[in-house]
Design a protein around this ligand. Structure first.
Ligand SMILES: [Zn+2]
Length: 288
């Protein structure tokens, strides 16, 4: 069982009375990872907060007397600098300390890449377009349907053959550091069909300078998924898609060294490891 599974079991075995008496459990949160917390909420009216900020507590899909809180820690969070304390507030105004969280920064490696120099230092005429697209991408990732629940485990957008570039690595394009890898690159021959991993609403379906053919889907609970470098986009902005529906074909458009699918998952605009997120949803809905 993974540490998230163990944490889930620990929390499920706690009752509010135990929380009020014993020592507060501590858990490590990794930067760039999501954490699914099942918290006791017997009357469904408690509120949950983290360091004074109210968190969105969703109805737990499996356990009626628990709520579900999903936390995402930014990739930039370094070890120990994001100490958090989760508390549960009962309807009678009682406060129960639920869990303490400390951050651990995994040892994400550095990856050197060689690409067309124009794509590292873009030409003057492209700067306006790049700036506009950056704002459009940020807007597409701002979720508007957080009340909508996820209803099933995520499925793979393309058949998993190999991750050619993992999540979180520091990318060195032509020896210049150009930020972190906010998704995973999946090996996929040009023209491989891409399917929606969960139902949702298409928030972006366009061609961008860096990311090429780019789709963003909002799924609910503040979760979005993204697909880059597509050769053919088969959905439109505003369209509702179903889980498993074909949305695009993979390609090599934008800043790439060859055909592949870049797959990203964001929670409230914070990028998290999509493979880990998919596995978390499988544990949640399928109890794997
Ligand atoms: Zn990528």
């Amino acid at each position: 069982m993974t540490w998230i599974g163990r944490l889930l079991m620990t929390l499920l075995s706690l009752s509010l009375s135990q929380l009020s008496g014993g020592e507060t459990p501590t858990q490590t949160l990794k930067s760039g990872e999501a954490l699914f917390l099942a918290l006791p909420c017997p009357h469904k009216q408690c509120t949950v907060s983290c360091d004074g900020h109210t968190l969105t507590a969703h109805a737990h899909p499996t356990y009626a007397d628990h709520c579900l809180v999903i936390l995402a820690t930014p990739l930039e969070a370094t070890s120990g600098n994001h100490k958090k304390a989760i508390t549960i507030h009962s309807t009678e105004g009682k406060v129960y300390p639920a869990i303490k969280l400390t951050t651990l920064e995994p040892d994400y490696p550095v990856e050197p890449l060689s690409v067309n120099p124009d794509l590292v230092t873009p030409p003057e005429h492209a700067l306006k377009r790049i700036n506009k697209e950056r704002k459009e991408i940020a807007a597409a990732l701002k979720t508007q349907h957080s009340e909508t629940p996820l209803t099933s485990a995520f499925i793979e957008p393309v058949p998993f053959k190999k991750i050619t570039s993992p999540f979180g690595i520091r990318r060195l394009y032509n020896e210049q550091l150009k930020g972190r890898h906010t998704g995973v690159d999946l090996r996929a021959a040009e023209g491989t069909p891409v399917q929606a991993p969960h139902s949702g609403i298409v928030k972006m379906a366009q061609s961008n300078w860096y990311t090429g053919g780019h789709i963003v889907i909002e799924h609910g609970w503040g979760v979005s998924s993204s697909y880059f470098h597509l050769s053919d986009i088969q959905v439109k902005e505003g369209e509702n898609v179903k889980q498993g529906q074909q949305i695009a074909l993979t390609g090599a458009t934008g800043r790439v060294t060859g055909p592949h699918l870049h797959w990203g998952v964001h929670i409230d605009s914070i990028p998290v490891n999509p493979v880990q997120f998919m596995n978390d949803t499988r544990r949640l809905f399928l109890r794997l």
